[in-house]
Ligand binder design. Structure first.
Ligand code: UT7
Length: 331
């Protein structure tokens, strides 16, 4: 009997309507379109403006898109993983609410938080359950309402992030397609360079933490950039070496979209032509857990059965890694 592999068999996505352009940001903080474009590659990002809606709204919309495209009966879904750094509530899993809202009444579900690597790690988790033969249909959602934790008076962070949601379905495959290998790592040294200081168990919310703006993301951009470039490129080249594939064998790089210069550096180390690098940072900025599935959704029609795809991410924690996957369908 051939080994069961875990393949992505459907993709869904959602971004909110409101567009926050570089020019609008330049009216809010001391910045300009030229600086943002040349330093990051970002032109605009989407923001969820409606009051009372959290990351679940973005994830549910993406899941509904997938369910409609695939003509999937949500009752068949065994498990829902909700990758997010911005859960609806500090306690009560966003996954449970999303699963109920989409009608996945026979599923169990939980959240997975690894900052910008949440979706990549979620791919590993979903694939492991499928490979073990325990479940047949796993919905992995990645969604973040980054605008809920961004300080729009801080020009070093507010230019980067945006809101969005994406989803993929993992199912067993007997043709050897799907996830082939992974190289995932963490390093706690990163905690100091990219974090929200307050609101957790070390420093619970207080009037003082609010006054000090400690509930927003703070980052030492230069240090994060340095670690991101070397670790994302290292992970991507390691996975190629381990699987004996060269830049010519790789059909697509699906990399976390935090800064175009980080993606370019990774592609260079992999010896990849530019046209193999999936890119949507100019439209959405860094959507954290939604980035990888949004890329898959944008490029879905170009992906062909059997294509070799390298996924890569780097995020707070630090968390990073790379996954080698063979695409399983033509759309
Ligand atoms: O996905 C999670 C991980 N996050 C990342 O991967 C982000 C990694 N870091 C980055 O992408 C970059 O470090 C940033 C985009 C955040 C910053 O770009 P940089 O090229 O590293 O700029 P910098 O921090 O070295 O700042 C250069 C200059 C500074 O001015 P001085 O000191 O040279 O006079 C900054 O104050 O640019 C200034 N600056 C800005 N100017 C206009 C910083 N932010 C802005 C801005 N507009 N928005």
């Amino acid at each position: 009997m051939s080994k069961i592999t875990a393949a992505i068999t459907a993709v869904g996505a959602y971004v909110p309507d409101y567009v926050l352009s570089n020019d609008i940001l330049a009216t809010m903080v001391d910045t300009n379109d030229e600086w943002i474009t040349t330093r990051t590659g970002i032109k605009e990002r989407r923001l969820l403006k409606e009051e009372g809606k959290g990351s679940s709204f973005l994830g549910i919309k993406a899941a509904e898109d997938l369910i409609a495209k695939k003509n999937l009966d949500p009752k068949e879904i065994d498990m829902v993983i909700f990758a997010t750094a911005t859960p609806d509530l500090p306690v009560a899993a966003t996954a449970a609410y999303a699963a109920s809202e989409i009608g996945a009444v026979n599923a169990f579900s939980y959240d997975l938080q690894a900052a910008c690597s949440s979706f990549l790690y979620g791919m590993s988790t979903a694939a492991s359950y499928i490979e073990a033969g325990r479940y047949k249909k796993i919905l992995l959602i990645g969604a973040d309402k980054m605008s809920s934790i961004i300080d729009y008076t801080d020009r070093t962070t507010c230019i980067i992030f945006g809101d969005g949601g994406g989803a993929v379905l993992f199912e067993p495959n007997d043709e050897g397609l799907g996830l082939q290998d992974e190289y995932l790592r963490t390093d706690g040294v990163g905690r100091e360079f990219l974090k929200i200081e307050a609101g957790g168990s070390i420093l619970p919310p207080s009037e003082e933490t609010v006054a000090n703006r400690q509930h927003f993301v703070q980052q030492d951009g230069k240090s994060v950039f340095k670690y991101a470039v070397s670790n994302m490129a290292d992970a991507s080249t390691k996975i190629m070496e381990r699987n004996n594939i060269s830049g010519e064998d790789v059909d697509w790089l699906v990399a976390h979209q935090a800064n175009k210069r980080i993606i370019d550096a990774t592609a260079n180390r992999m010896n990849l032509d530019q046209d193999k690098v999936l890119m949507n940072i100019h439209r959405y900025g860094n959507t954290t857990s939604a980035t990888l599935p949004l890329l898959l959704s944008d490029y879905e029609k170009q992906l062909k059965k059997g294509d070799n795809i390298v996924f890569a991410s780097f995020g707070g924690g630090f968390t990073w890694g790379s996954i080698f996957l063979k695409w399983a369908y033509n759309s």
